[in-house]
Design a binder for this molecule. Structure first.
Ligand code: NAD
Length: 460
């Protein structure tokens, strides 16, 4: 068949795949994306970041309505769940259509079907062989289930939680990572009774310990029961309810009943059945093994996004990975990614965000560490929006900023400034000289740095 040779073929149209394809096309490459699903966009767009944020927005509206009297407004509201899901779907459709248009505008070909890597490199799609100078694996990930459990009406993952037919009255969530905490927020704000069970000793276990403590306190205040250091021993679909048995260290075993159990214990890579063995691509604990440039063990085969064995599984880290790979394929010199410099965000309420090293990581690496913690309650703007939280800065004594960690209102936006501060290796006194607009939540960062530079303004 004519024209079946490309410069770059990308397997998968999620954030990693489309970022690679768009950048490669921008750099003048002839590019194709192979996608097995009807719609382009992958997990983030179809059943991840975007629909979950749409749900969180509905949840935030409900929160505001429930608290409206704090601002002198008498309002009351009811959740219309089918309409909530419809609003979520509308956003997704709009973004899918935008992405599809952009891919077309950049003249990237979309090849429909399930692709398999072949030697060459090449990709086989339903009997067709598509040759390429470079192939980029961007097949993404799937929600992991607990061993012995299967998805059903009452035992679900985030995939099903986004499109439930009706709103449950109670939910047990297993796992207190980003997905667990975001859905805990959605359900709690929409009036669902929520219990979160986390195996590790604290919720948001990858974050700085002070963030976990602050988040746990805030969730408790909102009526979310979270239990950390818990071993789930059984999850049973009992027909009209689900029963979850668990044991907390040093406590009697417990069984809790709920309408639904949401399993949010991480995501696994889509690395099986994609022909890796045909081309000599090796795995690292089921993820595709890559070097610092994201090249796999096979020449001219690269991997980006959730399927690659890199430290982060985030949509925006895959943007950077995809663009970097496209630029390398085009012959550009691209620095290796410092994953600590990529911001991490959880859109729970309160939000959680961070960049750089936690205090514990900085100490483990032998840094002479100084820290400061600023409480949002000091800020007029935080009082006006009615939210609290903290900004914690970790820095080298007489040296650069090592990490910024936040829990509180809009901190998933505020982390953009922290990302610049960390990646430009700024020193606290330099940042302290940059005045922040008043009254804003961004003053939380400004005040933390004033304090770390030894000249606190609104605190002691
Ligand atoms: P995760 O790895 O972040 O969290 C899973 C949690 O489940 C962990 O805290 C783990 O200790 C716990 N866990 C595992 N087994 C357990 C068990 N048997 N009992 C109780 N707890 C158990 O994974 P996730 O929250 O499912 O998210 C998947 C991926 O998607 C992550 O990489 C995450 O960062 C990413 N994601 C990011 C965002 C965001 O950036 N806002 C949102 C959603 C997901």
């Amino acid at each position: 068949m004519a024209d079946e040779t490309y410069d770059v073929v990308v397997l998968g149209s999620g954030t990693g795949g489309y970022a690679t394809a768009l950048r490669a096309a921008e750099l003048g490459k002839r590019v194709a994306i192979v996608e097995r699903e009807e719609r382009l966009g992958g997990t983030c767009l179809l059943r991840g970041c975007i629909p979950s944020k749409a749900l969180l927005e509905s949840a935030a509206v409900m929160d505001r309505i429930n608290r409206s009297q704090e601002w002198g407004i008498n309002a009351s509201g009811q959740v219309d769940w089918p309409k909530v899901v419809e609003a979520e779907r509308h956003i997704v459709e709009k973004k899918v259509s935008g992405l599809t248009g952009l891919i077309k505008a950049r003249k990237v070909d979309v090849i429909r079907g399930t692709g398999k890597l072949a030697a060459g490199p090449a990709v086989q799609v339903d009997g067709r062989t598509i040759r390429a100078t470079d192939v980029v694996l961007a097949t993404g990930s799937y929600p992991r289930m607990l061993p012995g459990l299967e998805v059903g009406d009452r035992i679900i993952t985030s995939d099903q939680a986004l499109v439930l037919d009706s709103l449950p009255s109670s939910v047990v969530i297993i796992g207190a990572g980003a997905i667990g905490l975001e859905f805990a927020t959605v359900f709690n704000s929409l009036g669902v009774k929520v219990r979160v069970l986390e195996a590790l000793p604290r919720i948001a276990p990858l974050e700085d310990e002070d963030l976990s403590k602050e988040a746990a306190r805030a969730f408790k205040k909102k009526g979310i029961d979270s239990f950390a250091g818990v071993q789930v021993t059984e999850v049973k679909d009992a027909g009209d309810r689900v029963e979850v048995a668990y044991r907390a260290e040093g406590k009697e075993p417990q069984t809790v009943e709920a309408d639904v159990c949401l399993v949010a214990v991480g995501r696994g890579p889509n690395s099986e059945g994609i022909g890796l063995e045909n081309a000599g691509v090796e795995l690292d604990r089921k993820y595709v093994k890559v070097d610092g440039t994201l090249q796999t063990t096979a020449s001219h085969v690269w991997a980006v996004g959730d399927v690659a064995a890199t430290p982060l599984q985030l949509a925006h880290s895959s943007f950077l990975e995809g663009m970097s790979v496209a630029e390398r394929i085009a012959g550009q010199e691209v620095p290796e990614i410092d994953y600590a410099g990529i911001p991490r965000v959880t859109f729970s309420s309160p939000e959680i965000s961070s960049v750089g090293l936690t205090e514990a990581q900085a100490r483990e690496r032998g840094h002479d560490v100084v820290t400061t913690k600023f409480n949002f309650q000091v800020l007029a703007k935080a009082n006006i929006v009615g939210e609290g939280g903290i900004v914690k800065v970790v820095a080298e004594k007489e040296g650069p900023v090592l990490g910024v960690h936040m829990v509180g209102p809009h901190v998933t936006e505020l982390v953009a400034e922290a990302t610049l501060i960390y990646n430009w290796e700024a020193w606290p006194p330099d940042v302290a000289r940059l005045i922040h607009p008043h009254p804003t939540l961004s003053e939380g960062i400004g005040e933390a740095f004033l304090s770390l530079a030894g000249k606190p303004l609104h605190t002691m």
